[in-house]
Design a protein around this ligand. Structure first.
Ligand SMILES: Nc1ncnc2c1ncn2[C@@H]1O[C@H](COP(=O)(O)OP(=O)(O)OP(=O)(O)O)[C@@H](O)[C@H]1O
Length: 273
């Protein structure tokens, strides 16, 4: 099927690469055997680009993100993330589950990563309060997570990730547990904030809609073992209106293209390993 948005090369050679994944494979021990989860995955991403990874359940999306975050180690291949000159962390992760600490106030949750880096109390508070405002939680600085809605807790997680000023944001289905309105509002905020702050983002989702509305590029993975099936450019410029983009005729074409790619994988099932 013809690509509506054009297929990009997995071997990006631009001089401003933010990260590169090269021939990465990963096995997990399951019972008596090693299960190949990621198989020879390679792609590159330029600074400031928003990459969304989609693929059938269990194809290794979270595993790939965890490898990028340094939480898991690949068996083969290499990961390169542009070194950060000012000592800020190269990458920060926003998880699927609400990962805020229930015993900390909103301010302390947002400042947590800064405290780990040894930033002084005064600066921590200033930075945290700025990010609390940016994600629309002004007035809730002293609130505890149990006093917040699910959407508000995810805003805290997002503010915490931005507050440490990482070059790369790794987001694992951060909106999957939210209602549609809250999800749309947070999609717009993450799209706008990442664009304003020139962050490079790797974002995992099950939603084709979310992939197209947020992504500059969509990486479609195969069924387990996960491989790169297609890397698709989304032709909509940013800053982007995440609702307005759905009215673009190319949105429907891209949706159909990505749906077909995933459906092929789901129908074929896992490969021999
Ligand atoms: N620590 C682990 N030990 C053993 N197997 C694991 C471990 N982590 C992941 N796996 C296996 O690796 C495979 C890929 O898991 P992963 O969570 O990366 O997939 P996914 O594409 O993110 O799935 P989903 O879309 O359902 O969230 C699954 O078969 C899973 O059971």
């Amino acid at each position: 099927m013809a690509g509506t948005g054009g297929t990009t090369s997995t071997g990006v050679t631009g001089s401003r690469l933010a990260l590169r994944v090269e021939s990465v494979s990963k096995r997990f021990r399951q019972g008596q055997r090693d299960l190949l989860t990621l198989d020879n995955v390679s792609f590159g991403l330029e600074v400031g680009r928003f990459l969304v990874i989609v693929g059938p359940s269990g194809c290794g999306k979270t595993t790939l993100l965890r490898i990028l975050a340094g939480l898991e180690r690949q068996d083969e291949g290499q990961i390169w993330i542009r070194p950060n000159a000012d000592g800020h962390p190269a990458a920060a992760m926003v998880f699927q589950e609400q990962s805020v600490f229930p015993w900390m106030t909103v301010r302390d949750n947002v400042a947590y990563g800064l405290a780990l880096r040894g930033v002084g109390r005064r600066e921590r508070s200033q930075v945290a309060e700025r990010w609390i405002r940016s994600v629309g939680l002004e007035g809730f600085e002293r609130a505890y997570p149990h006093q917040l809605s699910g959407g508000m807790k995810q805003r805290v997680s997002i503010a915490r990730a931005f507050a440490v000023d990482p070059d790369v944001l790794l987001m694992d289905e951060p909106f999957s547990a939210l209602d549609e309105q809250t999800r749309t509002i947070l999609q717009q905020e993450v799209s706008s904030l990442s664009e304003q702050q020139q962050k490079t983002v790797v974002f995992v989702t099950h939603s084709i809609d979310e992939a197209i509305t947020l992504g500059d590029e969509v990486l479609v993975m195969t069924h387990r073992p996960g491989r790169v099936k297609r890397l698709i450019s989304v032709p909509f410029p940013r800053p982007r209106d995440v609702v307005g983009v759905r009215a673009n005729p190319q949105y429907g074409e891209l949706y159909e293209e990505i749906w077909q790619l995933i459906a092929e994988e789901v129908q074929h099932g896992p490969r021999e390993e």
